[in-house]
Ligand binder design. Structure first.
Ligand code: NAX
Length: 332
């Protein structure tokens, strides 16, 4: 028997990741093979034609689960009654722009979108922010949605997690399914910390299988800078892998993580010395449709320094949007 229809909003639907995402959503990979979906595609006026063209292609795909597609440039309409909001559309860093300009430009997008979610989304709304700077954009959106529980706002760090798993599998000549217990901490930025302290491969600690030099000088920088490497080789930024990680994130959030934890940007409750109120990447499990931070993991000095550096990056971003007066009343 088919389940109740789920409304899914994708912002930036006329862009690269939006294009790669929508076919995965409509085919049932986001929520499950028995869950009908209605898509709401939000764009700005310059992107509307691209989104409309993509909607034609969705129609031509005759997906059995796809009930409806709406293309709009009105956030209020896009988020009305939505159950899952995937916020991809953002303002890219322009030539010569400083981080403050980037944060400001994006806060002016994610603030109103948070307000529209607050006003009209369904009670079970789940939000994942993909558009960069993803963690702080999630914080801004949430701060404008005071009626929506903070734990419904998340940022995508699953791509970094997947990259870390894949790099370990390649290094150790095993399958990705043999790798467990990887963590990405902190900000989805070059200061993120992909941590293998608790990772195992076929039951053996990864730390016994690779040397410190490889971890510090190859693995960590490669995962953290993989986006730039993709651009250099492909001539365009990550799109299929980013869409795939987004599908993984929402799928696991809704359906559960099973035996292993994964990584996601969630509101800190103070765990692991991360100040409350920041959206930081953590080891998380989803149970009963809610993310929970994995408790009680040991943190050695190597990890502590890197987590602290990434968290300092998050604090600087939060302080910058706060100084600009762009945080809403929700969780200042
Ligand atoms: P594109 O430039 O191809 O697409 C972005 C789309 O967003 C454009 O069509 C634009 O018109 C639209 N848009 C801009 N402002 C909007 C608004 N206010 N409302 C609705 N739509 C709006 O970029 P794409 O390659 O799809 O990347 C999108 C974002 O994902 C970027 O910020 C990028 O940095 C970020 N990424 C995040 C990743 C993550 O792991 N969190 C990894 C991949 C990617 O780098």
């Amino acid at each position: 028997m088919q389940r109740q229809r789920v409304n899914v909003t994708v912002t930036g639907a006329g862009g690269n990741i939006g294009y790669a995402l929508m076919f995965r959503i409509a085919s049932g990979q986001l929520l499950g093979p028995d869950v009908p979906v209605a898509l709401r595609l939000l764009e700005i006026p310059t992107g509307i034609r691209a989104a409309e063209g993509s909607a034609f292609e969705l129609q031509d795909s005759a997906f059995p689960l796809l009930r409806d597609v709406l293309v709009t440039d009105d956030p209020v309409q896009a988020f009305d009654g939505t159950n899952v909001a995937i916020l991809v559309g953002s303002r890219p860093r322009g030539p010569g722009q400083q981080r403050a300009d980037l944060l400001e430009g994006n806060a002016r997008i994610f603030g109103p979108q948070g307000a529209a979610i607050n006003a009209g989304a369904a009670d079970d709304i789940r939000v994942v922010v993909v558009g960069n700077p993803a963690n702080t954009n999630a914080l801004v959106a949430s701060s404008h949605a005071p009626d929506v529980p903070a734990d419904r706002f998340t940022a995508l760090t699953r791509l970094d997690h997947n990259r870390a798993v894949a790099q370990l599998a390649a290094k150790l000549s095993v399958q990705v399914t043999d790798v467990h217990g990887v963590i990405v901490w902190g900000n989805h930025s070059a200061l993120q910390y992909p941590d293998v302290s608790h990772a195992t491969v076929k039951g053996r600690p990864v730390r016994d299988l690779v040397d410190e030099d490889w971890l510090a000088n190859e693995f960590i920088p490669r995962v953290a800078n993989r986006g730039a490497e993709i651009i250099a080789v492909r001539g365009a930024s990550s799109m299929g892998s980013a869409a795939s990680a987004t599908v993984d994130h929402v799928h696991d959030w809704v359906n559960g993580t099973g035996g292993d934890w994964t990584s996601a940007g969630v509101f800190s409750d103070g765990s692991y010395g991360v100040p409350t109120g920041l959206v930081s990447s953590y080891p998380v499990r989803s149970l009963g449709g809610r993310w929970a931070i994995e408790p009680g993991l040991s943190i050695d000095a190597f990890s502590r320094a890197r987590i602290d550096a990434s968290v300092a990056d998050l604090v600087a971003e939060r302080d910058a949007v706060s100084a600009l007066g762009l945080l809403g009343p929700g969780r200042a």
